[in-house]
Write a protein that binds this ligand. Structure first.
Ligand code: ATP
Ligand code: MG
Length: 396
């Protein structure tokens, strides 16, 4: 029955003059996700509404699933679109719609009409009353409830007629590309893919940096990170993944610095390197999956000591989340099963038995002095020899 969808978008509706920028970004992203879907689609903007119309046969499920990955969309309404051919034709279309959708149902409903076409010969109250009456006659199981109806039958009288009652939830958020680009520190764990997803959901394009420590971390561990990047790219659009060989830096820190400060110092170097790539590539902020107290390196003093080296803003969207809430999002965006695959992480290879949980920034800075200029060369070498992988997949 459906050849079209009405797209509801929330926050972007209230952005005044910027609204066009937001709508255009939304439409661009919709085109991108619909491109690999079976079917040919036309997307139109009209009077603060966006419609997706399928030309000919299309895969309904796949279309809805694709649109559900477009940030900025709050609702996807399968809609019957018709030319305005007078009230009697509208009434027939509505009856046909109701038979298809609610045959035999026992539910409450109301008709909600919007009359955008001010020349329509009936006003919206009249249309509500007339259609409501006809539905009551034809469907004995349906009753009117104007306060808390189970079904709201929307009738929009525009240049054309729009009939819908179902709103499939979208992800919400802001359209991609409306808030610049940021650099995600992406590991193979549960948290960082979720953190990237959350920031992208606010309209931010994502690139990623992964610290690899061969031979302590295997090629499989890297593949896992690539797989995670592909999973989130279904939402975030293409990701440029920078793979940094971190082995020499880690070994050098391990040899020179107090072992209980190892993790913090390593993390400071990760931030420095990610920040350098971010600055080179036009990313305006860093993103991590850190959450207060989750591990020794994420106590508040540890976070402060890590943050000490950052000049760019660091977004930590999970900072106050409990693990189970993070896991719930990871499951929803389908990264969880990949994240729990048991490959080694570069941080676990060199962890101290008793890492500091209350590092003092001054002490950490002093310890880093033990590293001499050699560390700068190693950082440069790691940056120069990084591998760059273009993650384009937005389909499974
Ligand atoms: P995650 O589940 O995201 O791996 P985690 O609980 O294992 O997080 P840590 O290992 O302390 O926590 O890492 C904290 C954050 O630092 C991660 O969320 C990620 O953003 C970044 N990070 C850690 N290890 C790496 C790595 N090997 N490459 C890139 N980023 C990393
Ligand atoms: Mg980790």
């Amino acid at each position: 029955m459906f050849q079209a969808f009405l797209i509801k978008y929330g926050e972007i509706g209230v952005k005044g003059k910027n609204r066009y920028v937001f709508e255009d970004a939304l439409v661009a992203r919709m085109k991108q996700v619909l491109y690999p879907v079976d079917g040919t689609f036309k997307i139109t903007k009209e009077q603060g509404r966006i419609y997706v119309e399928a030309e000919g046969a299309f895969d309904y499920e796949e279309t809805v699933a694709a649109l559900q990955r477009v940030f900025g969309i709050v609702g996807i309404c399968p809609v019957v679109l018709r030319e305005d051919q007078g009230f009697e034709t509208l009434s027939q279309d509505v009856m046909e719609y109701m038979h298809q959708m609610y045959e035999g149902a026992t539910k409450t409903f109301k008709v909600h009409t919007r009359r955008a076409n001010k020349r329509y010969p009936m006003d919206s109250m009249e249309v509500n009353a007339e259609l409501g009456g006809r539905i009551l006659q034809e469907f004995p199981g349906l009753k009117v409830d104007v306060h808390k109806p189970e079904i709201v039958l929307h009738i929009e009288l525009r240049n054309h007629i729009c009939i819908y009652s179902e709103v499939i939830p979208g992800p919400g958020g802001m359209p991609l590309g409306t808030n610049g680009r940021s650099m995600l520190l992406l590991s193979g764990g549960i948290d960082s893919p979720v953190a990237g997803y959350m920031v992208a959901k606010r309209g931010v394009y994502i690139d990623a940096t992964y610290f690899h420590a061969p031979p302590y971390t295997s090629e499989r561990a890297k593949e896992k990170v690539v797989d995670l990047a592909k999973k989130i790219a279904r939402y975030t659009g293409p990701i440029r993944l920078h793979v940094i060989n971190f082995t020499d830096i880690q070994m050098y820190i391990y040899d020179q610095c107090p072992h209980d400060e190892l993790t913090i110092i390593m993390r400071r170097y990760m931030m420095r390197i990610a920040q350098q790539i971010a600055e080179e590539t036009g990313c305006l902020a860093l993103i991590t999956g850190e959450s207060i107290g989750q591990v020794a390196s994420q106590t508040v003093p540890s976070l402060a000591a890590t943050n000490d080296v950052c000049t760019l803003p660091v977004f930590r969207p999970l900072i106050a989340f409990d693990k189970e809430d993070i896991v719930a999002i990871a499951k929803k965006i389908d990264t969880y099963e990949t994240s729990i695959l048991p490959y080694e992480d570069c941080c676990t290879t060199f962890v101290a038995k008793h890492p500091v949980t209350k590092p003092q920034v001054e002490r950490i800075r002093r310890s880093e002095k033990l590293l001499s200029e050699k560390i700068e060369e190693m950082v440069k070498e790691a940056l120069d020899t990084r591998e760059v992988i273009e993650i384009r997949k937005n389909r499974q």
